[in-house]
Design a protein around this ligand. Structure first.
Ligand SMILES: Nc1ncnc2c1ncn2[C@@H]1O[C@H](COP(=O)(O)OP(=O)(O)O)[C@@H](O)[C@H]1O
Ligand SMILES: [Mg+2]
Length: 247
């Protein structure tokens, strides 16, 4: 569960990017966070990862109190969250396989688990044939997909994607959204998609939180929606469920 209680954030002690925001996202929800450029979407994700601290108020994620958290605890929080950054943040000197494997190495996963999970997740995002490529040799969309594979390889409970389709053509956008929805619907992951793209939001009737002017402008609940391809979802549940216990 994610909870914001009277959260305010200012970078310069003058203008508030977020001002007294209250928000609750339950486990297993799929939520779009939308808002104009500069409205504070990325700031919100940085607060969730504890890359930025609140100026006032309280944030609780899966029992972690972020506003009171000491630095040493931050890695434990981040294990709960798979983050796809707007600017990808891939390591330029590591190839695709190594970029994803590194996320597993830092949490001490066994090499047998790494050898099994990394190719599986790269296949899932359609990058089996690019494992040896370096980030500079990839298109923006391909880098995006590496970032997604890396975000989900450790099986986090919460997945946050900041503008995940910003660099993708419509077909690939649709596939990435399919994948995020499958992770939500079949594996019960909490998924938060931050976007300014209205057509992405209207593709499916999920909860939509709009932010602007320092606060939540609207919060529209989800409606049922049948979106995910059947064969893909069965394969995903089987594979990720099976490999899950080894990490
Ligand atoms: N590190 C920072 N220092 C100062 N101001 C910042 C910083 N990061 C973001 N801002 C400001 O906060 C506001 C919200 O930015 P951001 O969260 O990136 O918005 P969005 O992701 O919705 O485009 C903008 O006015 C931006 O200039
Ligand atoms: Mg942003």
């Amino acid at each position: 569960m994610i909870e914001f209680k009277n959260v305010s954030k200012t970078y310069d002690n003058r203008e508030y990017v977020l001002n007294d925001v209250n928000l609750r996202i339950e486990d297993g929800e799929f939520v779009f966070i939308v808002g104009k450029s500069g409205s504070g979407k990325t700031t919100l994700t940085k607060l969730l990862l504890r890359e930025e601290k609140v100026s006032s108020g309280r944030i609780v994620i899966n029992g972690f109190r972020l506003d009171k958290m000491r630095k040493g605890k931050v890695p434990y929080l981040r294990r709960e969250i798979g983050m796809v950054f707007q600017d990808f943040r891939l390591f330029p000197k590591k190839n695709v396989y190594e970029n994803v494997a590194f996320a597993m190495q830092v949490i001490g996963a066994s090499s047998s688990s790494i050898k099994k999970r990394v190719p599986f997740f790269l296949n899932l995002v359609g990058l089996s044939n690019k494992m040896k490529s370096f980030p500079t040799q990839l298109s923006g969309g391909e880098q995006q997909r590496v970032a997604l594979a890396r975000a989900i390889v450790n099986n986090p409970n919460i997945i946050i994607a900041d503008e995940p389709t910003g660099n993708l053509d419509p077909e690939m956008s649709r596939e990435i959204m399919d994948l995020l929805m499958t992770l939500n619907e079949k594996l019960g992951k909490t998924v938060i998609v931050v976007t300014h793209e209205q057509n992405l939001v209207s593709m499916c009737n999920k909860r939509v939180i709009t932010i602007g002017e320092g606060g939540i402008v609207s919060d529209i609940p989800s409606h049922p929606c049948d979106f995910v391809k059947k064969d893909e979802e069965e394969n995903l549940v089987e594979e990720t469920g099976g490999a899950e216990n080894e990490v």
